[in-house]
Design a binder for this molecule. Structure first.
Ligand code: NAD
Length: 499
């Protein structure tokens, strides 16, 4: 089995502890991907010392030149797209069509960042005074701690690191321990593309040690975290105490609402993709399906039939619709929620079990599961399961559907299927989520638009698009007075008379 290293101080180095953890294929646990460093706080200390040097060099590099490096990273990702998709499916489980999309999102993010190097706009505004200029511009902040989840092993690290780097910061990257191989390849590409080595540091390891050491390190003023709301709370408490700049992207409990007038064929296709894509392990996964009275029975019975025909299997094999869950504790969690749902009085209409045989015994597979007769307020309906479990709820009218959608602690994504423009526009205005789709499922974000959620999904920042550049840069304002006189703002006006 191959042994991988950290990337610290401009070199591939073993962890100081000399210890490693194993990374295995979730579709077949006898397939070992590699051994990765079980790093500790000591490795993080070394990474911070090096990243500080990298930052000084990189901040002095003109932004358009930083953008050129981002573009070259994108070019290399294009070249290696198929290889990365394959190794990502192997270590993470989702089908190749999805891992290709994951890489493509990274490519799109690289090219967007490349072009941002020639913008990175500030403002020039008129001053209140004569012969005085007023302007704002962007400055980098320092070393950024990048902590990412397992479900988008390439896209999410790029969403964070490419804008951070384009703004002139250095990064210390800790990938989720279930997907270290993709993280390794990403850093390999960044270095090959010409990023000065000390600007990026890769420290593998588990969240409670390496992740916590990054969050607690006084030399890292910026933390960007994507993961569960529970972990985000721990990260947020520390960052609040230490006055760090923090971006949190956390859990979701997203609903699709299908109205009586909807195109049911379209809705059916959408919910299958939204609920069972990535085996339900997306922050934007459709985990609640709200169906209006008149079409409830028809859509539900068609959905159950279609779901039964989904093919579980190794994501790298042709014909696989749904891959495995990420690990044993994910399987245990899904099983626990199946029990909870049944004890709350909901009905398992299909799935609800680990599959037997068919070459699936060696992996973390779980049957795509649909619960009927779910009522608003049940734990099944309120809590994030992060697996292939869909709760179906009947509703009467728009007010009721929107109230059910909004009555959860999360607020990431929502989706409405209707032909009524008034309902569609009301959805845009009234649904308490960071994203609303009309006639499309709850998933499908594009890299050049802001991405994030409200309530306990996020803390007000966004990834992607133009907004993420606000997070990774500090706004500075400059005033230039060339009047040759003392001009007192708010005391004397432009005519020289008291205000
Ligand atoms: P997780 O919270 O278990 O882990 C996320 C990362 O945090 C990992 O790298 C982990 O090692 C690290 N970590 C764990 N404990 C830590 C600690 N004490 N201090 C610092 N870091 C620590 O999440 P996961 O299981 O990898 O991912 C699933 C979760 O991520 C779901 O809740 C999902 O909704 C969420 N997610 C959100 C978005 C979004 O953009 N809103 C996107 C993807 C996933």
């Amino acid at each position: 089995m191959k042994t991988f290293k950290n990337f610290i101080g401009g070199d591939w180095v073993p962890p100081i502890s000399g210890e490693y953890f194993e990374n295995r294929n979730p579709a077949d646990v006898s397939d070992e991907v590699g051994r990765f460093p079980l790093s500790t706080a000591n490795d993080v200390d070394r990474a911070v010392e090096s990243a500080k040097r990298g930052f000084e060099l990189w901040r002095a590099t003109p932004a358009p030149a930083r953008g050129d490096v981002m573009r070259r990273i994108g070019d290399l990702m294009v070249k290696r797209k198929e290889e990365i998709a394959d190794l990502m499916s192997r270590e993470m489980g989702k089908p190749l069509t999805e891992t290709r999309g994951d890489v493509q999102e990274g490519i799109d993010t690289a090219y967007y960042a490349g072009s941002e190097g020639r913008r990175l706009f500030g403002h020039t505004v008129p001053s209140e005074m004569k012969n005085k200029w007023a302007m704002s511009f962007r400055r980098p902040i320092g070393v950024c701690g990048i902590i990412t989840p397992f479900n988008f092993p390439m896209a999410i690290p790029t969403w964070k690191m490419f804008p951070a780097l384009l703004c002139g910061n250095a990064c210390i990257f800790k990938p989720a321990e279930d997907v270290p191989h993709t993280g390794h390849v990403l850093v390999e590409i960044m270095v090959e593309a010409g990023l000065p080595p000390e600007v990026i540091q890769l420290v593998h390891g588990v969240g409670e040690s390496v992740g916590a050491a990054i969050v607690n390190h006084p030399g890292i003023p910026v933390i960007s975290f994507t993961g569960s709301t529970e972990t985000g709370r721990i990260v947020g408490e520390t960052c609040g105490r230490m006055h760090k700049r923090l971006s949190l992207e956390m859990g979701g409990k997203n609903a699709m609402m299908v109205f009586n007038d909807a195109d049911l064929d379209l809705a059916l296709e959408g919910v299958l993709w939204g609920a069972f894509g990535t085996t339900g392990q997306r922050c934007t996964a459709t985990s609640r399906l709200l169906i209006q009275d008149r079409v409830h029975d028809e859509l539900l019975s068609r959905l159950v039939e279609k779901t039964k025909s989904l093919k579980l299997g190794d994501g790298r094999k042709k014909g696989t619709d749904v891959g495995p869950l990420i690990n044993q504790s994910a399987v245990d969690k899904v099983e626990k929620y199946v029990d909870i749902g049944q004890s709350e009085g909901a009905d398992v209409l299909t799935g609800g079990r680990r599959p037997q045989g068919k070459g699936l015994d060696n992996g973390y597979f779980f049957e795509p599961t649909i619960f009927g007769r779910v009522r608003a307020g049940m734990r099944l309906e309120q809590e994030e399961i992060f697996g292939p479990v869909l709760s179906v709820i009947r509703f009467r009218d728009t007010d009721e559907a929107f109230a059910i959608n909004n009555d959860v602690k999360y607020g990431l994504s929502s989706s409405v299927y209707t032909r009524d423009v008034n309902v569609a526009m009301r959805a845009m205005n009234e649904l308490d989520t960071g994203i609303t789709y009309i006639n499309a499922p709850t998933i499908g974000a594009e890299a050049h638009l802001p991405f994030g959620g409200v309530k306990q999904t996020g803390n007000g920042h966004r990834e992607g698009g133009w907004e993420v550049y606000e997070f990774y840069s500090e706004t500075k304002v400059g005033y230039l007075d060339f009047s040759g006189a003392l001009q007192r703002a708010q005391i004397v006006n432009y005519l020289g008379t008291p205000d």
